[in-house]
Design a protein. Sequence first.
Length: 176
Amino acid sequence: MINEVLNIFTKHEEQRVAVFVDVQNLYYSARNIYNARVNFSALLKESVGDRKLVRATTYVIRAQMPEEQNFFDALSKAGFEVRAKDLQVFFGGTKKGDWDVGITMDAIRQMSKVDAIVLASGDGDYVPLLEYLKNFGVRVEIIAFGKSCSSKLIESADSFIDMDLSTKKFLIPIKK
């Protein structure tokens, strides 16, 4: 409760905000927990609020699926810059696709241009990034599904928006 009250006073309309979205992290959380898709437009609106959006970037993995370009186009139309890279396939068939280092580097590059950085991910690997940004006076906020979000990440953030508490706002049911 005290944290919620403090958040009201530490967010204000003059703040410049950058939003970084780890699409794979949120996609799999929504699919595995709710059998639904994320409403990225609602996520962006909630992340920014009445503040000034400087940049909103999503990070996606191209897996050569037929519908993925439509999804990437929808993200762009919602106001996101879409950064994409190919799924890596290793000897033996192991696949890997993540943007942890790319998101981290982009956040560090943007930190001098903004007052707050919103990270849309529940991945605990970002804790050192949050600590680094906070050391330079940048406000760090997390928006993710609480059920699948690292508790260390939540503790490291200045504020946390739990998408589990507003599923009607943040989720789109998968059509059968």
